[in-house]
Design a protein around this ligand. Structure first.
Ligand SMILES: [Zn+2]
Length: 437
């Protein structure tokens, strides 16, 4: 896109959170008549349009007023094989897994089917404004490879890995630890650090992994530089009781992962709806991140995420959609659901638009160890962004036309914008999604 050497200067309101609003006042940066200058796939400048224009008169300017520029969304927890099982309501985690998710996950043994699901998955992710995703692959190596290849073809920034389990699911989803080690090693060699791809060691959860499998995870993390890790933690009381039964030596759920060195920066635990104070303190001390998935928490009745306790303990939290336990691909919707559930938590924790934008963007980049690369519009970062432009005549367009402050416009976007408002999505300056004109 940015063919001109002087770069491409996009003129529209610009929002980003170069700082953490949970720690710092005025973390939100808004430029109502804003400019975002992209050169060679990077952010060259961002700020007030007039200032950027004056400093870069050679840039090719595009008038994108009528829409809004936000950093691309970061989804820190999503399952690629579950695209087609969204929407089974009324169950709790363990029943939902057995009845809805795992039968579909078993179908990923069919590579051609998996490839079609991967296409649907990548398209849906991009179409909702997400530019970076940490995604569970499949329990099958070729299906996981299909996801990596599809994401690379589309330009999505993807971190994923083969899902590892050797008990407690369905026999066809179990691998031996040796086979898991070999298959994961092969996938790491093929995809880790290839373009925008990174590999994440992916034990499904402690319930479905033996100590030998967790040792495999530990070995993989030690043998390869820069791997991420993703798994589940403290989602549901029945799950927690099952972990206690299977690992009687562990003082709590987190201790299972700690024993195998699976905690620390670049490691992401999904959910953590029911943590002990000790676990929160250890997550913070280790630098482990939590993927908060409020739509899933509501849909599966897992509970109201104790966000305030996480923030007070100093645990890094970001957002995940948890498709298919969650309700869809929209990080905007996820942020709104976080707001709604915290609003009715006891005591309430009232989030503002700066918190929502941070959770949807920069917090995710930080959780994934990509804080220097994406998540906001500081110069030098990748030009990963979503351009939101509500349809003309839509209720949201009407609300935005009356917005008196940038903050109120941003709050309205989080409240009302869905995929119909996503006009263009770019990663490193290149479009990965563009709405039909
Ligand atoms: Zn999950």
């Amino acid at each position: 896109m940015s063919s001109a050497e002087g770069g491409e200067l996009l003129r529209a309101p610009v929002f980003h959170t170069p700082a953490n609003p949970f720690l710092q006042e005025r973390a939100l940066e808004c430029h109502w008549d804003g400019g975002l200058l992209i050169r060679a796939g990077r952010v060259a400048a961002s700020g007030d349009y007039a200032a950027v224009r004056a400093a870069h008169p050679e840039a090719e300017s595009r008038d994108w007023r009528g829409g809004f520029l936000l950093p691309g969304f970061v989804d820190t927890h999503i399952h690629f094989p579950q695209v087609h099982v969204i929407g089974h309501l009324g169950r709790s985690l363990l029943d939902w897994l057995q009845e809805c998710a795992l039968p579909e996950e078993a179908r990923m043994a069919d590579e051609a089917y998996a490839r079609r699901v991967a296409c649907a998955f990548v398209r849906a992710v991009a179409r909702h404004g997400t530019t970076t995703a940490l995604a569970f692959g499949a329990h099958f190596a070729e299906a996981t490879a299909a996801l990596f290849e599809t994401a690379a073809g589309a330009g999505l920034r993807l971190i994923s890995g083969l899902v590892l389990s050797d008990r407690g699911l369905r026999p066809e989803l179990h691998q031996t630890p040796n086979a898991a080690y070999e298959a994961a090693t092969e996938l790491i060699g093929r995809f880790h650090k290839r373009g925008r791809l990174l590999y994440a060691v992916t034990p499904r959860f402690a319930v479905s992994t033996s100590e030998a499998m967790l040792e495999v995870c530990q070995t993989l993390v030690r043998e390869h530089e820069g791997l991420r890790l993703q798994t589940h933690l403290n989602e549901n009381p029945d799950e927690i009781a099952e972990v206690k039964r299977r690992f009687p030596w562990a003082v709590d759920y987190l201790a299972v992962y700690e024993r195998f060195g699976l905690c620390g920066p670049r490691m992401v635990m999904a959910h953590d709806v029911h943590p002990t104070d000790s676990e929160l303190g250890r997550l913070a001390a280790e630098g482990t991140s939590v993927a908060h998935c409020p739509c899933s928490n509501g849909a599966l009745g897992s509970g109201i995420f104790p966000l305030r306790r996480h923030v007070q303990a100093g645990v890094r939290c970001a957002l995940g959609t948890d498709v298919g336990g969650g309700t869809g691909f929209g990080i905007l919707k996820e942020a709104l659901q976080a707001y709604l559930l915290q609003r009715v938590a006891a005591p309430p924790f009232v989030l503002g638009p700066a918190h929502l934008l941070y959770l949807a963007t920069r917090a995710g980049a930080e959780a994934l160890g990509l804080g220097g690369e994406t998540g906001d519009f500081q110069p030098g970062k990748a030009a990963d962004f979503v351009y939101l432009r509500p349809p003309a005549e839509s209720p949201l367009a009407g609300v935005l036309a009356r917005a008196e402050t940038p903050e109120s416009a941003l709050a309205a976007l989080f409240t009302m914008a869905g995929p119909e408002s996503v006009a263009e999505v770019r990663v490193e300056g290149a479009a990965i999604y563009r709405a039909a004109a």
